[in-house]
Write a protein of this length. Structure first.
Ligand code: SF4
Ligand code: SF4
Length: 179
């Protein structure tokens, strides 16, 4: 398979600096509302702050890949005396919790690094986090052509899991006839 150059975007999280203000959730959900900036609903944000105010835990977690099944094992982490529960570090939208799911449809949410036209200099959560918790970085890597289709496949898989193959196929056929 042919190789192509791809820009890899990452956001590092300096969790100790987070004070749980949740500005990142607000701006992400407003940007991804339809039309853009029309609604603020942090439940639709692709970044979520895992909170435990009594233990002074504020952990920003970005929505990652969709997982069709729950994992078999759960972990606990103790870092600097703070205990992080089971799913705290997990980025997946999965059947065991409501996190990273579109509240109305239940479809999985995934961070898209604020894709925009024209492209933004840096993602909005990074821009608006005034405590420098989120650090944006870019690098170039060679990847195999076709890897980009993985995202499309993940989205379709989640719809098939939710609505069934027949219904999804019918909808795609109907949409293609309209074009
Ligand atoms: S905007 Fe920054 S400080 Fe506020 S909750 Fe998000 S990551 Fe934490
Ligand atoms: S990078 Fe953009 S899409 Fe991803 S969590 Fe931050 S604001 Fe949301």
């Amino acid at each position: 398979m042919a190789k192509i150059k791809k820009k890899i975007k990452t956001i590092k999280v300096d969790a100790d600096k987070c004070n749980g203000c949740r500005t990142c959730e607000v701006v992400c959900s407003a940007f991804h509302s339809s039309p853009k900036w029309s609604v603020i609903n942090p439940a639709r944000s692709r970044i979520q702050i895992i909170r435990h105010p009594l233990k002074n835990i504020w952990l920003p977690v970005f929505a990652g890949e969709y997982a069709p099944a729950e994992c078999m094992g759960r972990d606990k982490y103790i870092i600097d005396g703070k205990e992080y529960d089971e799913c705290a570090f997990c980025r997946a939208s999965c059947p065991s919790r409501d996190l990273f799911k579109e509240p109305d449809s239940g479809l999985p949410l995934k961070c898209d690094m604020c894709e925009d036209d024209p492209p933004r200099e840096k993602p909005l959560c990074v821009e608006w986090c005034l405590n420098d918790v989120l650090i944006y970085e870019e690098r170039e890597e060679e990847v195999e052509e076709g890897v980009e289709m993985e995202d499309v496949e993940a989205g379709l898989t989640s719809m098939v899991d939710k609505y069934g193959l027949e219904k999804v196929a019918e909808t795609i056929t109907r949409m293609s006839q309209k074009e």
